[in-house]
Design a protein around this ligand. Sequence first.
Ligand SMILES: [Zn+2]
Length: 155
Amino acid sequence: MRCPFCGNVDTQVKDSRPAEDHVAIRRRRFCPACGGRFTTYERVQLRDLVVVKSSGKREDFDRAKLERSIRIAMQKRPIEPERIDQMISGIVRRLESLGETDIPSRTIGEIVMETLARIDTVAYVRFASVYKNFQAAGDFDKFVSELRPHTGESE
Ligand SMILES: [Zn+2]
């Protein structure tokens, strides 16, 4: 796993433990080159999903991107990080169980809104206002793809 700080590929696993009620394995990693520490998650992937954007462009589904947009909506909300992870896993399982490999980005947005609506009204309103405005501008995909990368990415 490449170090997100310095790019060194030779990083070490310091600790592995089950997470999200044994749905994932959480690994603490250490980079001997720069001393950086980061976390990765290992999860079952039932299906390789492809996101079909409103422009018709296709790209591999990226859980990390979905997670970034949800974490932005959840910022400073009193929700446990573990709960957010479970929620994201739930969304991914729903996407995988749609039975299709190709998923319109619109469907993903709607499932996220539905899920947020049940968990946190403020996060729902934030996500929905961003999503709906960008739907109007046809620009939600751009918003999601331009979110800044963060560390602690899983592969
Ligand atoms: Zn490093």
